[in-house]
Design a protein around this ligand. Structure first.
Ligand code: CA2
Length: 145
């Protein structure tokens, strides 16, 4: 059975492709889910796309990933910059964790320059648009090989 990779997305990313295309592009999260699933099949992996606007739901999904996922790709959205609780949950996950940001957070406001999740992430991708998810998936395949 193919190893499952959880692709976790934080608050407001359900609006992807529907608002602020100048920052986040035109693809929706459903488009990203479809493209990642196709790439995962090529790589011998399986993906599950998860999005929540609620910190506790993201933490609960990370806890379940301890049992049902080999790796986590996470765009924590605004929780990147605020959530010690998501960092703690990721610290309890044993597989690889890759952090993705659609925009180049380092080119934006200074409060976006710090990431709690980066203290756990095995790699970080920022500023590659939604292509960052596919790049993270390719890296994940290498890390799990
Ligand atoms: O660049 C990223 O991927 C971010 O994680 C996106 C977060 C932001 O708070 C981070 O600093 C960087 C915001 C996600 C909001 O997504 C939207 C998408 C379309 C329209 C409105 C919001």
């Amino acid at each position: 059975m193919a190893a499952r990779i959880c692709i976790l997305n934080g608050p407001n990313l359900n609006l992807l492709g529907k608002r602020q295309p100048e920052i986040y592009g035109h693809d929706t999260l459903e488009d990203v889910a479809r493209d990642c699933a196709a790439l995962a099949a090529e790589l011998g992996l399986e993906t599950e796309m998860f999005q929540s606007n609620h910190e506790g739901e993201i933490i609960d999904r990370i806890h379940r990933a301890r049992e049902d996922a080999a790796g986590i790709i996470i765009n924590p959205a605004a929780y990147t910059h605020t959530s010690v609780a998501i960092l703690d949950a990721l610290n309890a996950f044993e597989g690889p964790v890759l952090e993705v940001h659609i925009s180049n957070v380092h080119k934006r406001e200074s409060f976006r320059h710090h990431s709690y999740v980066s203290l756990r992430a095995d790699g970080v991708i920022a500023g590659f648009g939604v292509q960052g998810y596919e790049l993270a998936l390719r890296r994940m395949a290498r890390l799990l090989a």
